[in-house]
Design a binder for this molecule. Structure first.
Ligand code: CAA
Length: 263
């Protein structure tokens, strides 16, 4: 049983959690309540002894993943309220990168502004053929507020990112795949099943290894290569003292699947 949320649907299927942004009438636009609930839902699913191994983010309804931050809610904000709103998005996205499980974005329609920024904080991004992606904040006279100005250039390179950030253009799924913004494009009715398959595969692997390799990639991106390689060495060594490492190698020798216990 998961808690009840006003702006999200949260489900658990064995080792997989699914969070659906659930304001379909407003194309799942992110308001402050949704951002707060997202942080709670991520913690509910992704932390503790019975944490899931992967969380899929997707959107309710036929049209959108998330069409951005809620413009109606933002319209009357002043500088301080705007900053606080941005901070809520940064808290949720930082948590996605810090959680030990895999985060998978299943973009099933519009992923614009804050919506694309939610996906950019995920470990893996897949989209459906009808997806439309972009950072249209400049149309509204603002910049991205949930990390898009930083995560997009890190993913695509500065020039591609600036093209999207300067023009506010919406690109289709084919183009998003071409420029490396999404891993694969799926027919709409196969997107979630594909993401669940990927999540199931990850769930069979060593949980401590997944948590640590995610941490290595995330931390490694911000430190010099020599320091990052030291971190890898330390982590590699540390994992040798775990039951999961012993089980993983024993299972290989005994030619059977490993049973990991997160110890
Ligand atoms: N905020 C609030 N409401 C939104 C919304 C948003 N970001 N996007 C869509 N909606 C609402 C519309 O106002 C409309 O509501 P009503 O039925 O009450 O009028 C409903 O969702 C359906 O939208 P449309 O009628 O506009 O649907 P469409 O198919 O004609 O167009 C769209 C779809 C192109 C996505 C268009 O809705 C649109 O341009 N939305 C805004 C996209 C945008 O600018 N996003 C960035 C927001 S800023 C941001 O995200 C900042 C940040 O980084 C934190």
């Amino acid at each position: 049983m998961t808690a009840t949320y006003e702006t999200l649907l949260v489900e658990r299927e064995g080792p997989i959690g699914i969070i659906s942004f659930n304001r379909p009438k407003a194309l799942n636009a992110l308001n402050a309540m949704m951002l707060r609930e997202l942080t709670l839902a991520l913690r509910e699913l992704g932390e503790g002894a019975d944490a899931v191994r992967a969380i899929i983010l997707t959107g309710s309804g036929e049209k959108a993943f998330v069409a951005g931050a809620d413009i109606a809610e933002m319209a009357p904000m002043g500088a301080w309220a705007g900053r606080e709103f941005s901070q809520l998005g940064h808290i949720a996205t930082a948590l996605m990168e810090a959680l030990p499980c895999a985060m998978i974005a299943a973009i099933n329609g519009f992923a614009l502004g804050g919506g694309l920024e939610m996906a950019l904080a995920c470990d893996l991004i897949y989209c459906s053929e009808n997806a439309r992606l972009g950072q249209p904040e400049v149309n509204l006279g603002v910049v991205p507020g949930f990390g898009g100005s930083q995560r997009l250039p890190r993913l695509l390179g500065k020039m591609r990112a600036k093209e999207l950030l300067f023009t506010g253009d919406m690109i289709d799924a084919k183009k998003a795949h071409e420029i490396g913004l999404v891993l694969d494009v799926l027919p709409k009715d196969q997107l979630l099943a594909h993401c669940k398959n990927v999540a199931q595969k990850i769930a069979t692997k060593g949980p401590l290894a997944i948590a640590r390799v995610k941490q290595l990639v995330e931390h490694g991106a911000d430190v010099p290569l020599r320091d990052a390689n030291h971190q890898e060495c330390d982590t590699f060594g540390l994992l040798f003292d775990t039951d999961d490492r012993r089980e993983g190698m024993r299972a290989f020798v005994e030619k059977r699947p490993a049973t990991f216990t997160r110890k």
